[in-house]
Design a protein around this ligand. Structure first.
Ligand SMILES: *[C@@H]1O[C@H](CO)[C@@H](O)[C@H](O)[C@H]1NC(C)=O
Ligand SMILES: *[C@@H]1O[C@H](CO)[C@@H](O)[C@H](O)[C@H]1NC(C)=O
Length: 340
């Protein structure tokens, strides 16, 4: 334990030193070509775009439109919430919204409608995906702002469709998006499974030796876009087709007690990517994946990382354009790889 702490401290110092000394360029990436496939930020962050997006990526920055209108009023006959012991209103996707939870039936509309209904609740709404069930959810956007606070409680399993060909052509870059979902929490004891294997196997992926210049868009599993004061806690997240988490243009992010995993050879499966985002706290989290553990992109300010275990994978990466970054790292453990 002593040795580990010493190594952790040393690593923290190395990160701090390389950041302070280099300022804007602390790392040579193993897969430099990867940058050509990583989508540039389109987020209209406070500091503005740092380079013009390439024509290939000139699609609109906003997440794809939700399947149902964002602020749709509760459907006529929508169930009344069941108050729980602690005063929250529980919106059970199975009991109240007809989700099947067999892992095969498409439960997207049920969970989306549960969200929209909870979002109209001016109290504390809890959307519950109960334990013991597996919910197949296609790409969708959970949109706020909500009247009260919404918690998405995942105690069961949320699975993505595993076949890239079944994804709509215009939204291959996101799976689950939280858009303007201020104050929301995503938590639970369950699993979010991105079913990334068939995406990783696409011939355009870097490790396949194919063209790295062709379009190879793959979904980020969980994207928080323009959402403030968000909490993600307790879940296991695995096998994302691309980044597991992406926070962009957010303010106030707390990630706690997550377990993020994908195979060591899965391409571009960064654990947590942050850009144009302020005030980020990442604690008590374990990441083992095929790419960066935490990657901190342009326009990011005030990141605090504490008790995060990385490995195998690449550790912490600071984008070459992370100006104005203040990062505090404590108790960072990196196995089977270093910060380079
Ligand atoms: C975050 O929440 C705090 C406390 O509720 C609030 O004061 C603050 O304005 C919120 N920040 C943003 C950016 O919404
Ligand atoms: C660090 O995080 C792990 C979970 O990843 C947790 O079990 C452990 O208690 C945490 N340690 C401290 C000192 O908070």
């Amino acid at each position: 334990m002593e040795a580990r702490n010493a190594i952790a401290l040393l690593l923290a110092l190395v990160v701090a030193a390389s950041f302070l000394c280099d300022g804007v360029h602390s790392r040579h990436h193993h897969h430099t070509k990867r940058h050509s496939v990583r989508p540039p930020s389109h987020a209209p962050g406070p500091s503005g775009p740092r380079r013009a997006p390439s024509p290939r990526h000139s699609s609109p920055s906003a997440p794809p439109p939700a399947r149902t209108p964002p602020s749709a009023p509760p459907m006529p006959g929508a169930p009344a919430p069941a108050p729980s012991d602690d005063g929250d209103n529980v919106y059970d996707v199975i009991k109240d919204f007809g989700a099947v939870g067999d892992g095969v039936t498409d439960d997207t509309d049920a969970i989306k409608t549960a969200w929209d209904t909870a979002c109209q609740d001016d109290g504390e709404g809890v959307v519950l995906a109960a334990a013991g069930h597996s919910f197949l959810v296609h790409t969708t956007t959970f949109t706020g702002p909500c009247q009260g606070s919404v918690t998405l409680q995942i105690d069961g399993t949320i699975v993505a469709p595993s076949e890239p060909t079944t994804w709509p052509a215009n939204s291959k870059r996101n799976w689950l998006v939280f858009y303007k979902a201020d104050g929301m929490a995503l938590r639970g004891s369950g699993l979010i499974d991105g079913k990334g294997q068939k995406w990783w196997d696409l011939p355009c992926k870097p490790h396949k030796g194919g063209s790295t210049h062709g379009p190879c868009d793959s979904p980020v599993a969980l994207r928080f876009f323009m959402s403030n004061n968000v909490t993600v806690q307790g879940l296991r997240v695995q096998d994302s087709p691309e980044f597991h988490f992406r926070f962009d243009s957010c303010r106030g992010v707390h990630v706690d007690s997550l377990s993020i995993s994908s195979p060591a050879l899965s391409p571009n499966t960064d654990g947590i990517h942050v850009e144009n985002t302020q005030d980020v706290l990442i604690t008590n989290t374990v990441v083992s994946n095929g790419d960066d553990c935490v990657s901190i992109g342009a326009g990011t300010l005030n990141v605090h990382i504490e008790n995060v275990t990385c490995g195998p994978g690449h550790g912490i990466r600071f984008a070459s354009s992370s100006f104005f970054l203040v990062a505090f790292l404590q108790m960072l453990y990196i196995y089977s790889s270093g910060i380079d």
